[in-house]
Design a protein around this ligand. Sequence first.
Ligand code: SAM
Length: 340
Amino acid sequence: MILDRHARPLGTLRLSVTDRCNLRCRYCMPEDEYVWLPSESILSQGELVRLARIFVGLGAREVRVTGGEPLLRADLEAIVLGIAGVEGLADLALTTNGVLLADRAEALARAGLHRVTISLDTLRPERARALSRTTRLEDVLRGLRATQKAGLSGTKINAVVMRGVNEDEIGDLLELGRGHGAEVRFIEYMDVGGATRWSLADVVSREEILSAIANRFGTPARVDPHGSLAPAERFRLPDGTVFGVVASTTAPFCGSCDRSRVTADGVWLTCLYAEQGQSLRAPLREGASDETLAELIRLRWTARADRGAEERLRLPAREALVPISRLRADPHREMHTRGG
Ligand code: SAM
């Protein structure tokens, strides 16, 4: 196990397999036009699997495949198969908007995927159109049902809660999860790169989320009152339903953050808010050995001191993280490039 300067282990690797997305969620990709990574720079299946193996060799236990929208990769099943075969890997998850999931859930499960997290913020078709510019809500729900049919357990639903947009659906989303054996995680709206319309006034806080739930279902109890290393605080309703709240905006979890991210073109970021990362694609394509790559990662992780979300919290006036002009000049600052 390798530790950073705050004794945080290199734990979870989020591997982005594409920067492209088939949705345009208001909190992530609200613009009409984007600068995309050149396709020749996108890591191949072999390169992704090799990186996963090196990270796991250094102690990472969980790999989460994300994007952009990972199901836009035609070779996703092959990527999953390769990563699932990495010795020492304990958990292999996929984060997806679910639009294209229904027809592939079974093949992904067969390839060795352990679990899926589906992003779903509204159950109302007209809202889905306004919030994510999609008419395919029904397909997302089919995708959710397909995870059950494929025998995948541990399915989660991620819902970003925004004021004036979907905070009145917290209870309905919870019920949807309950009916499908999926744990819902309510996520505070974050000022990540890409959230160019972010404002503190639009953030529905952990306290507000909990009080909306308490009003409808009774007071929830903390599942792990002594704290845990997970970003989501988990709660149990009187009827036994478990849900999570990820309060990254108002109560960041930097102190226990073991996550790092590799963009679809191989830039490794040790904090979601980091301005810059380390290119792993360059050494990878210049013929570096696994040992050289591992040493590069080890050196950078042991020097890691990032606490990006806490720094954001301390700002006297908080506004969108990166202006559009800078996102256009460097798409690596976009959430959809970094992998959510
Ligand atoms: N396309 C996939 C999906 O929709 O799940 C994977 C990529 S998406 C960027 C991953 C996660 O990031 C989603 O669950 C999304 O809700 C979350 N996310 C994106 N922008 C966010 C923001 N401004 N605040 C909070 N969560 C955000």
